[in-house]
Design a binder for this molecule. Structure first.
Ligand code: FEO
Length: 394
């Protein structure tokens, strides 16, 4: 069976974006896909569309199965333009079609495109008969926008989950088992950490609503469909949305003259000698979106910057802005840095730790100019103390 065929009469007709490398700040090293799905039934239904510039790819794929002018329903699970961007051009071809969306979806689509399409507004618990199959809807506000919803077909046990359970990944494979759990999980974790992380409570509500459904396939709007690892990815979403992280440590820092780097290395030594898996991420060479999965999956997060112009380094400023927006919770924090005079950087790092409501059990390390052997040895001991605090935290 061709990988675009999901089941008899249901097809993946999305677009692959092989070239995109920056998705509003998210480094998409492997590109992405915008997944649209075609259901051929008495009412021919298209589930979501693609970015406007990928409209041709989608229409070409639809045309392999049906004349696009025969589409009756355009189902918009989410207004963001990577999914609704193809609707205006599509509706030029099918002005008679009905656009099915949530209440906030109708508002959002009207505000985006200023068009008087035939809208049909649905909400949680509503369903629409399309022939042999039924579309049933669950509002999932803030997973990812207020308008977001998911659509379930009970006869097929398929969940069209839109942004939930997605991954940014351009590939010719379409199903999770074609790439394997660990590869797909890695991209699903990066996606969650950079996009869904602030909405833990809403994800928990959505998971609770989905728990009564029998699901054999999750068809998200980005990346691969989940067929073989549904329970595993659901369990990960439970954990991630509950801000649960293993007892690992992450050290994020930048340095000017290697003093802060020496402190970072000494802290890493203390932690790893105490048996804690510790990851070092230098902001000079690591993109902030690649660091976020490490943040999500580390209980202890250490932040380091030298003082520059009475503040932190701009790379750390960018990272902290991103971090504050994504609001990871339930962490233990620690601040460190070096300075020539003033020494304000550590205070700013501590302020961020406090603003995020993380625990901050130890006073930060703030060393003037270059740390000497004694200071580094004391810093290794602080790493060991942090390891003890971490191990006692659960
Ligand atoms: Fe993939 Fe929120 O759009």
């Amino acid at each position: 069976m061709h990988t675009e065929t999901i089941k008899e009469g249901i097809y993946w007709v999305g677009a692959i974006d092989w070239d995109v490398r920056n998705f509003h700040g998210y480094l998409t090293q492997q590109g992405t896909s915008y997944n649209a799905y075609l259901i051929i039934d008495e009412k021919i239904t298209l589930v979501d569309t693609v970015k406007p510039d990928k409209f041709g790819q989608m229409i070409d794929r639809i045309s392999r199965y049906v004349d696009p002018s025969r589409i009756d329903y355009v189902l918009s699970n989410h207004v963001e333009m990577d999914h609704s961007g193809g609707i205006p051009e599509l509706m030029e071809l099918i002005p008679q079609a009905t656009v099915i969306t949530s209440k906030a979806g109708e508002k959002g689509l009207r505000q985006h495109y200023k068009k008087e399409w035939n809208f049909r507004v649905v909400k949680s618990g509503d369903s629409i008969d399309i022939g042999k199959r039924t579309l049933s809807f669950v509002n999932t506000p803030m997973v990812h926008w207020p308008d977001s919803m998911v659509t379930y077909i009970p006869e097929e046990k398929i969940l069209f989950s839109n942004d939930a359970f997605g991954q940014h990944l351009a590939t010719s494979e379409r199903f999770d088992d074609e790439l394997g759990w660990s590869a797909v999980r890695k991209d699903a974790a990066k996606y969650y950490a950079n996009i869904v992380l602030p909405f833990g409570k809403q994800v928990q509500k959505a998971l609770s609503a989905l728990s009564s459904m029998e699901i054999e396939l999750i068809a998200p709007s980005h990346g691969l469909m989940w067929k073989s690892h549904i329970q595993k990815i659901m369990a990960e979403y439970q954990k991630w949305s509950n801000h649960e992280a293993p007892n690992r440590a992450l050290i994020v820092y930048d340095s000017m003259w290697q003093s802060t780097e020496k402190i970072a290395t000494a802290l890493e030594k203390g932690l790893s000698e105490s048996g804690i898996y510790t990851t070092l991420r230098n902001l000079k060479v690591n993109h902030i979106s690649n660091i976020m999965p490490d943040v999500m999956e580390s209980k202890l997060v250490l932040l380091g910057s030298p003082t520059l112009n009475n503040s932190i380094l701009p790379t750390m400023g960018q990272f902290l802005t991103y971090l504050r927006g994504l609001k990871p919770q339930n962490k233990i924090g620690f601040a460190f840095g070096s300075y020539g005079w003033g020494g304000q950087a550590v205070k700013e790092l501590v302020q961020t730790i406090e603003d995020l409501n993380w625990e901050n059990p130890l006073e930060g390390v703030n060393i003037e100019y270059i740390p000497d052997t004694e200071e580094l040895s004391a810093t290794v001991d602080i790493g060991k103390s942090l390891a003890e605090i971490l191990m006692k935290s659960n």
